[in-house]
Design a protein around this ligand. Structure first.
Ligand code: PRP
Length: 209
């Protein structure tokens, strides 16, 4: 993976603080995920190709821009779902291809339970959406799946990342870009990000048991 792009912005710091706070409700958590996803999207979409399009304003003819590539959003279930709507708001023509992966609690290894990618016609640019990059197992499996589908341009959007996951992705996927709001200190013995924000999927869907 290329060197990660880490957002450096006061709004990112403030929304991240809400996300990390254990007192934050699910409704507020979802809202912060949406806001941070938009800020990540701004960073990750900067290099998208555009083509010229002729339009007529109420005043005169002019040349505008339209996105030139077929774009896929690839949320990793469940938590990645929270990042889809803000991305769709910004790129309404995107295709959405869900990947179901969960991390086995004993081994911390990813288990795939849903993928409906067709055998051919991959998207040209894929944005992998997951609020958390911990060991990197889920991200690695998602990227491997997309590379096998034939996607050459993959960008990962992760709200919070651990150094361990970044190291793994950098070694295994030199061609992939990562945009993240923050790189935390480390993983703990249960492979949870420290200081982290807990389990994003549970906090988004209010399923903390
Ligand atoms: C979390 C998170 C990532 C993964 C990160 O999902 O949303 O997908 O773990 O860990 P990794 O980098 O070590 O693979 P989880 O397995 O808790 O599933 P959920 O989204 O359904 O809660």
């Amino acid at each position: 993976m290329k060197p990660p792009v880490v957002l450096d912005h006061p709004l990112v710091d403030c929304h991240l603080t809400v996300l990390r706070d254990r007192e934050t409700t699910s409704a507020e958590f979802r809202q912060s995920v949406r806001r941070l996803s938009m800020l990540l999207a701004h960073s990750a979409t900067g290099g998208l190709a555009t083509s010229d399009v002729q339009i007529q304003t109420p005043i005169q003819a002019m040349t505008g821009k339209t996105l030139a590539s077929r774009i896929g959003l690839v949320p990793i279930l469940r938590a990645g779902i929270g990042m889809v709507e803000p991305m769709l708001d910004l790129i309404p023509t995107s295709e959405v291809w869900h990947l179901g992966l969960y991390r086995d609690e004993e081994t911390a290894k990813p288990v795939s339970y849903y993928s409906k990618l067709p055998e051919s016609s991959p998207v040209e640019v894929a944005f992998v959406l997951d609020p958390m990059l911990a060991t990197g197992g889920s991200a690695a499996l998602a990227c491997e799946t997309l590379l096998n589908w034939g996607v050459s341009n993959i960008k990962m959007l992760s709200i919070i990342s651990a150094p361990e996951g970044i190291d793994r992705m950098t070694t295994e996927f030199p061609q992939i870009e990562l945009h993240t709001c923050v790189i935390d200190e480390r993983l703990n013995e249960d492979a949870f990000i420290v200081p982290g924000l807990g389990d994003a999927g549970d906090r988004i869907f209010n399923t903390i048991t």
